[in-house]
Design a protein. Structure first.
Length: 569
């Protein structure tokens, strides 16, 4: 069959099981959008208000489902508007395909109208990227891009296609072996070998690691987002319960282990709990699963787990010994390695170590403040009580993000979508759209700070147009809260450019788009507003007035060991 390059793009997406893409059209990508129009019964396209919103929506689609998210944009500013979304996905290991179209091949490199070297720009923030100059290579390149995005440690891949390539004609041959099958083709095997070093530790290595775990008297599990990505949450729970090992999660690992489980210590790091931070530094073995020892977790690396041995299990060999020297390590799929380890692990009864952890757990991350009539802890716990454990929570970045991580009782994987590595303000509304459209049978609640929400509130247009029933809870404290907290603690209360004592009125803004808006200044008003939103089954926004002086505690000052926490100020 002979198809245009644009048609080949569509056929390859269908091959990969893609049923929805997010994007924004433009001149260079018109041929692809024309084919999308002709094939709208096969692939649904979601037109966002801005390309960055489309990238975050594809990201949220992927995080909530485990499937590859797809975003499209035209050349020049359309492509560069994807950069923040691509970088967000890259830092958090999210499989995403970005398809951009460029000026025609003869115009490349000549500063043509809306030309940009998007492969050069995105090289540091993609797992791999391509510019396809030959239509005969287009199908294989797209297929390889999906393989690269999903193999080993997942990540975003960009495919840039000049406009003349989308118009050119080539033979299109469906793959003999479907790429979702268990048997890879020769192209698949070559692509995976080229991009990802596949490791399979020997039985002897796995047995040695099992012995180390069995010998530990004060073991401690530090769990990252890799456990969620690799669908290893059940195996994690089996290991923790078998050995009675306390569990702390990174921000990205929050939904990997039930928050209310007796062995759960909460989040570790700068805003971690006393139990998590003390536990890591008082253990004799820290077992890191799918985690990368980021600076927000370990703080002063020379004093992290200083009396412990470190066992690091991760799919990416580059992470071993990068931030923390590991005494022992296994490289490979976390799930597969846990499956191999579990039969070798001996049961361990509760001990004094568990009792010590239990004492530290009695200190809550923060208590209800006297400064406000509506505390984040109350609001987030009520959301869970009202909607249940299947609810998907998205956030922006800042104080509200940390409060959500501290107080929301996550119990199921892929229910907490947040920008961890890049810390992208403006992430959450797009991610909520992607997650809700990917999971029409579940509720999505987007928790936003007033500062972050200003950066993406244009996506209210998308929510309204597609009738996406997202509930947006704006934690409105009239400030860039996390920055102000640092100014309060470390800059002698010089609140430089962090007070947001000006519009918009978020309720009126929502209503301008045809979305129900409410205000809440206390617990009773919040419950009433949230009940109305939940019962309506439609999009809604609740503007929650909270104290400008509320802080995220505990807090580890920069450069201090994680067991030197500020518990109160």
């Amino acid at each position: 069959m002979k198809y245009t390059g644009a048609r080949i793009v569509i056929e390859c997406l269908v091959e990969q099981g893609v049923d929805m893409v997010f994007g924004y059209p433009g001149g260079a990508i018109l041929n692809v959008y024309d084919e999308l129009y002709k094939n709208k019964d096969r692939i649904r396209h979601i037109l966002t208000a801005h390309e960055q919103g489309a990238a975050h929506a594809a990201d949220g689609y992927s995080r909530s489902t485990g499937k590859v998210g797809v975003v499209m944009a035209t050349s020049g500013p359309g492509a560069t508007n994807l950069v923040t979304g691509i970088a967000t996905a890259y830092m958090d290991s999210i499989p995403m395909i970005a398809i951009t179209c460029n000026v025609t091949t003869p115009l490349l490199g000549k500063d043509s109208f809306q030309e940009i070297d998007i492969t050069g720009i995105t090289m540091p923030i993609t797992k791999h990227n391509y510019i396809v100059r030959d239509v005969n290579r287009l199908a294989d390149t797209i297929r390889e891009a999906f393989l690269v995005a999903q193999s080993g440690r997942p990540g975003p891949v960009l495919v840039d296609i000049p406009k003349d390539v989308t118009a050119a004609v080539a033979d299109y041959n469906p793959p003999v072996v479907h790429f979702a099958s268990e048997e890879p083709s020769s192209l698949e095997r070559a692509s995976i070998r080229r991009v990802t070093k596949i490791s399979s530790p020997s039985d002897a290595e796995v047995e040695a690691i099992a012995s180390i775990i069995n010998e530990s008297q004060r073991p401690f599990l530090y769990v990252g987002g890799g456990v969620v990505i690799d669908d290893a949450c059940q195996q994690l729970r089996e290991l923790a319960e078998l050995r009675n090992i306390p569990v702390a999660t990174s921000l990205m690992g929050k939904s990997a282990f039930p928050s209310l489980h007796p062995l759960c210590c909460g989040m570790i790091g700068m805003h971690g709990t006393k139990a998590a931070n003390m536990g890591a530094n008082r253990s004799d073995l820290v077992i890191a699963l799918g985690a990368r020892f980021s600076d927000r977790v370990i703080s002063d690396s020379s004093k992290f787990a200083r009396n412990s041995r470190i066992l690091h299990i991760d799919v990416d060999p580059a992470e071993i010994n990068k931030n923390i020297a590991a005494h022992y390590s296994l490289v490979g799929s976390v799930k597969e390695l846990l499956i191999r380890l579990l039969p070798l692990i001996q049961p361990r009864p509760e001990s004094e170590w568990n009792q010590e952890i239990a004492q530290w757990k009695q200190h809550l991350p923060a208590m209800y403040s006297k400064k406000t009539r509506l505390h984040p802890k109350f609001a987030f716990e009520y959301i869970n009580r009202r909607l249940g454990d299947d609810t998907i929570i998205t956030t922006e970045v800042g104080q509200h993000q940390m409060w959500a991580a501290q107080f929301y009782p996550f119990s199921k994987p892929r229910t907490f979508l947040t920008s961890g590595g890049l810390g992208t303000m403006g992430y959450g509304t797009g991610a909520a759209i992607g997650a809700q459209l990917a999971n029409p049978g579940r509720r999505v609640v987007h928790i936003a700070g007033d500062g972050s929400f200003r950066m993406n509130c244009n996506e209210l247009a998308t929510i309204a147009h597609y009738q996406v029933p997202v509930i947006i809870v704006v934690v409105n404290n009239g400030t860039l809260g996390m920055v102000r907290q640092w100014q309060h603690l470390f800059y002698d209360k010089r609140y430089s450019e962090t007070t947001l004592d000006f519009g918009p009125d978020f309720v009126k803004l929502a209503e301008a788009y045809g979305i129900a808006g409410s205000r809440a200044t206390n617990e009773e008003e919040f419950m009433a507003a949230f009940d109305r939103a939940a019962e309506s089954g439609k999009a809604a926004l609740i503007d929650c007035s909270m104290s400008i002086d509320e802080m995220v505690l505990p807090m580890v000052p920069a450069g201090k060991p994680i067991d030197e926490l500020l518990l109160d100020v």
